[in-house]
Design a protein around this ligand. Structure first.
Ligand code: ZN
Length: 70
């Protein structure tokens, strides 16, 4: 079993700014404030965290096939 990837590139859907972020392994990050335009991003319905919605890599919980938020 491979280690989950912990760096995800979050792309802001409003301004297009992309930034690499380190994902927490112990919790889901539900909110993310774009460092460029300041908009507060939230996951799409059905996604557990902002990385699953906006990131280049799904969050560690999804990668390891565990349910993380319920
Ligand atoms: Zn933005």
């Amino acid at each position: 079993m491979s280690e989950p990837l912990l760096i995800s590139v979050l792309t802001c859907p409003f301004c297009g700014f992309a930034r690499s972020e380190l994902m927490p392994t112990d919790a889901c990050q539900f909110h993310y404030e774009c460092t460029h335009c300041g908009v507060l991003l939230r996951p799409n319905r059905g996604d557990c965290c902002v990385f699953c919605t906006f990131g280049s890599v799904k969050c560690p919980s999804i990668q390891s096939q565990q349910s993380c938020c319920d």
